[in-house]
Design a protein around this ligand. Sequence first.
Ligand code: GDP
Length: 296
Amino acid sequence: MASALSDRLSRIVKEMRGQARITESNVTEMMREVRMALLEADVALPVVRDFIARVKEKALGQEVVGSLTPGQAMVGIVNRELAATMGQGVADINLAAQPPAVILMAGLQGAGKTTTTAKLAKHLIEKRKKKVLTVSGDVYRPAAIEQLKTVTAQAGAEWFPSTPDQKPADIARAAIDYARKHYFDVLLVDTAGRLAIDEALMREIQELHTILKPVETLFVVDAMQGQDAVNTAKAFSEALPLTGIVLTKTDGDSRGGAALSVRQVTGAPIKFAGVSEKLDGLEVFDAERHAGRILG
Ligand code: GDP
């Protein structure tokens, strides 16, 4: 388990007692442990390599200050770098736009987009007192449109109808028009996902982005995808200016590494974590707490 990292490091810390400086071999030994722990947490290999390189650079030759031992100083460096990579504090949804503030949901099929759309609707209604409209641009799966209708009603929001014979771009224009006329604060746009990255899908969501000019473009990703999340995240962040990430199904993932990978690859903050299938199973993501979870 990844939670052993603190224990592993403290063993090395003990061996380093009495030293005044961090030596190269101390760093090498510690980095081996950090590397193992991150890989066990299912962080993607290239992300682990970058992370280790940054910590190494900061640690080498560092003078040890005050009452810290070199080992404690190293643990501090690892902790700070992890927190810095994960992002600091919490980042809620940005609604600073001429209403309706549009939130575009992107991600693969099965990632949890539709569920998260309804969870966000509920969050915005209950916590931010907003009037929320949802719409589905998934014209390929009529069941997906119906699913959004059902969960939107459960969330207490309003659903804008769409049908499989429409073009996603036309649906987007009609929904934003309706939202404007009826004074909605927020329009949540669920989109079609595929099972894998697909060029036509990317072009379609780019077109939606151009039409909708969303204040938030959220990439929804399944935490259980682990290392595979990196490739998906890379493709979506190259296609769209992502403003945030929602990490779903964290309740089924004990390792936590996808957060670090996805965050580093996209540079976008993780704003929410899905913690259950239920509509209240959405938490504002706490980067520091999650970093602590990976480190143990
Ligand atoms: P979409 O294809 O991206 O729209 O994905 P769905 O919203 O249909 O979600 C796919 C499955 O994942 C459904 O069975 C959801 O109930 C489930 N799901 C979504 N988010 C979470 C979560 O945070 N935790 C758990 N345990 N299940 C989730």
